[in-house]
Ligand binder design. Structure first.
Ligand SMILES: Cc1cc2nc3c(=O)[nH]c(=O)nc-3n(C[C@H](O)[C@H](O)[C@H](O)COP(=O)(O)OP(=O)(O)OC[C@H]3O[C@@H](n4cnc5c(N)ncnc54)[C@H](O)[C@@H]3O)c2cc1C
Length: 386
């Protein structure tokens, strides 16, 4: 059942919308999350939770929920073609989160969903497709369909957390500046048949990047850079590329999921209009290479919750609070996009020259390695100091 009124209507129950809802409920602000999917999508997208997000989860009191399900990656090993050239240790990160936590996105969403439902049994409504959002003088009016019946909800404020093709952003006519990169990848989750254990491995290869990440339950993710966006046969191509470039065979290994994807970067020109804000991929999309998109969404959702809380206490100054969110988060998103672009650049074929190899070697040794760890783990963005 959808109530008639609430403080905040959240469109979209992905990682950003669910985290925002949990934080608002903790601050005593009522909210309703309208999510059109009836079930969590178990296609695994994001894998890595960075220390900056774990610090947010500490404040929210939910880190343990993730630690129980995730696997700590404490080290990354770098290869040049097939030769090991160095390693990066996340042990140099500030305590206590000296790792990147690997956990499939669907599990992350389930944890957040349970957390929200424990705070309010009515906050998350699945199967609710938002089809109209309008700003009135002192409220936002939202309507759509839930289980074949129309619904209408009035909220003091609203947040569009409805992903990169955001209906909310389009309804507000906010331009989404950016576009695609000429970079394509194949990704697959397999039984782990390597000797890497809990380490990540990154192969900078003259035929294109290969990344290999440990996952919970003895699984391992492989990400392979390709020259084009292949549609099929993806599994066969993944086998071929991994075998040819690094000599590792996945052919007899059980696989759980494969997909291929192109890469884009977008930033909404403003992250609010009137009483409505944009958060998560609805606000910004960065390259998934380096695994920062979902984490960036949580940094934004935290700021957004803070400013909504200010606006609820002081409605006359709501726009000023929302503008603060927009300016700060856009700045963080630009920095993140530059870092994601750098990660992607490292994996391009044309990057493989002797001079370049020398540069990568330098980056893997102190003092530059410390800077690299900070860049990879999203340190030093906005208010989070290096
Ligand atoms: C291959 C791949 C790998 C990635 N790896 C990483 C990684 O390792 N680390 C990382 O940080 N990020 C990663 N990302 C990015 C990450 O997946 C996204 O940034 C994240 O899912 C964004 O969360 P969100 O909540 O903003 O949006 P979404 O996850 O897109 O959720 C939006 C929700 O809104 C709902 N919705 C949409 N329209 C409506 C409507 N009209 N009414 C109601 N509901 C609606 C949708 O059903 C959806 O559930 C990866 C992405 C890809 C593609």
């Amino acid at each position: 059942m959808i109530p008639k009124t609430t403080d905040v209507a959240i469109v979209g129950g992905g990682p950003a919308g669910l985290y925002l809802a949990g934080r608002l409920l903790q601050k005593g602000i009522s909210c309703v999350v309208l999510e059109k999917k009836t079930e969590t999508d178990i296609h695994s997208k994001s894998l890595g939770i960075h220390p900056v997000s774990m610090e947010l989860f500490d404040e929210a009191g939910i880190s343990n929920l993730f630690l129980e399900e995730g696997l700590k990656i404490e080290r990354g090993i770098a290869f040049w073609n097939r030769d090991k050239i160095g390693e990066i240790s996340f042990k140099t990160c500030p305590e206590p989160h000296q790792y990147i936590l690997a956990i499939p996105q669907w599990k992350t969403e389930k944890i957040l969903q349970k957390w929200v439902s424990e705070k309010s049994t009515t906050a998350l409504v699945r199967g609710a497709d938002v089809q109209s959002i309008r700003q009135l003088d002192d409220e936002v009016s939202i309507s759509g369909m839930v289980q074949n019946s129309p619904f209408q909800l009035s909220a003091k404020f609203a947040a569009g957390c409805d992903g990169k093709n955001s209906f909310v952003r389009q309804s507000l006519d906010i331009p989404f500046d950016g576009g695609p990169y000429p970079d394509y990848y194949i990704m697959g989750d397999f039984e782990d048949n390597t000797q890497f254990g809990h380490d990540a491995a990154v192969y900078l290869h003259e035929e294109g990047l290969i990344e290999s990440f440990p996952m919970p339950n003895g699984h391992r993710r492989w990400v392979v850079k390709t020259d084009e966006l292949y549609q099929s046969p993806i599994l066969e191509l993944l086998h071929e590329f991994v075998k040819k470039r690094i000599g590792h065979s996945l052919r007899k290994t059980k696989h759980y999921m494969t997909s291929c994807f192109g890469v884009q970067q977008h930033l909404a020109r403003t992250l609010y209009s009137g009483r409505i804000m944009l958060t998560g991929d609805a606000a910004h999309v960065v390259s998934p290479i380096g695994g920062q998109g979902m984490n960036l969404g949580w940094l934004g959702a935290e700021l957004c919750a803070e400013q909504i809380s200010n606006a609820v206490q002081d409605p006359g100054k709501a726009e000023r609070h929302f503008e603060k969110y927009s300016i700060t988060q856009r700045k963080i998103a630009k920095q993140t996009a530059r870092r994601a672009e750098m990660n992607m650049h490292l994996g391009r074929k044309e990057s493989s020259t002797a001079v370049y190899k020398f540069g990568v070697n330098m980056m893997l040794k102190p003092p530059l390695s410390r800077l690299m760890v900070n860049l990879f783990t999203m340190r030093g963005l906005g208010k989070w100091p290096v």
